[in-house]
Design a protein around this ligand. Structure first.
Ligand code: ADP
Ligand code: MG
Length: 291
């Protein structure tokens, strides 16, 4: 690849609203035949809303909201922003020992009491007891296509928040454009199966891999590569960074996290996922010019 042709690609990228990490970033895109797309924040707006607050029997909805909002105030995850917004800052408790667990949830103390918020299995792993009643509330939220976020403190899961997201306006068109380029799309998410399939159906993707941990996202990309595919990965979150770095072409949403951008070859400044197809086409054209 001659430096001049690659510089042309970089300049054209800027016109399309794509930041190219460096001239070499485009080189690896040549053989891309598979595009793995993250769900939350990539195919969906990531502007989450808490649609329901379900306290476990004997618990108060206000306690569930207040403890969840206090803990989530420490995280930048889209779910965390929605949960924190449930309670004004001056009504939240005192947060201590905060830790964010990428793709899982958050832990800490609220007014000195150990608490956790996150996916159901994460709370169980943290030793919080999950009653059948709480498990039923989780199933109910997931049946409605929502993400079920469990809130627990003092040894038990004590409430479930149903959190909903909206599919981005251009997401179905983005998938159609990728198919037009002969690419096979795969939806990859840490969210539950039902929420994942609802979004996949809305945007026209058949292959869905749901419920994965951040490290598994990278492993899925690696497995596709081992099967002989060249993979582009499109993502926005801290939890996507390892997969973006592993991919032959990593494409970050400009609206996402710094960590995702730093791990990627291309950044779509506007966060419009349709531009991902432009990025792949640009990479192919740039290379054709120089061969
Ligand atoms: P995606 O892969 O779609 O971008 P993530 O990997 O970021 O989703 O999150 C996967 C799941 O982990 C979420 O659906 C949620 O259940 C849980 N989760 C992650 N971060 C948080 C958080 N800060 N608060 C609550 N739940 C979280
Ligand atoms: Mg995401």
């Amino acid at each position: 690849a001659t430096p001049t042709a690659l510089m042309v690609g970089t300049g054209r990228g800027a016109q399309l609203g794509i930041l190219v990490r460096g001239p070499e970033a485009l080189e690896s895109a040549r053989a891309v035949d598979t595009v793995v797309l993250d769900k939350t924040g990539t195919l969906t707006t990531g502007a989450m809303r808490v649609t329901d607050v379900h306290p476990a029997p004997g618990e108060s909805a206000d306690d569930v909201r207040r403890i969840a909002a206090t803990l989530e105030a420490g995280s930048e995850h889209p779910i965390a922003r929605a949960v924190a917004a449930l309670v004004p800052a001056e009504q939240r408790g005192t947060l201590g020992d905060f830790a964010s667990h990428s793709g899982l949830g958050v832990t800490g103390t609220v007014d000195g009491c150990a608490a956790a918020v996150g996916r159901p299995a994460f709370l169980v792993e943290h030793g919080l007891e999950m009653s059948d009643e709480v498990a039923a509330l989780v199933a109910q939220a997931e049946d409605e296509g929502a993400s079920a976020v469990v809130v627990g403190w003092a040894g038990r899961a004590r409430g479930v928040l149903a959190v909903a997201d909206t599919v981005k306006e251009g997401a179905a068109e983005a998938v159609a454009r990728l198919r037009d380029l002969g690419l096979h799309p795969v939806l990859l998410t840490g969210d539950n199966e039902r929420a994942a399939h609802a979004v996949a159906a809305a945007v026209g993707i058949e292959e869905v891999v749901a419920g994965v941990l951040p490290a598994d996202k990278r492993d899925l990309v690696a497995a596709k590569q081992q099967a002989g595919h060249a993979v582009a990965m499109v993502g926005d979150g801290v939890n996507d960074a390892a997969a973006l770095a592993q991919a032959d072409l990593g494409i970050a949403m400009g609206t996402g996290t710094d960590v995702a951008r730093e791990a990627s070859d291309l950044t779509i400044v506007s966060g419009d996922v349709r531009v991902a197809a432009d990025g792949i086409r640009l990479a192919r054209r740039t290379l054709r010019t120089i061969r």
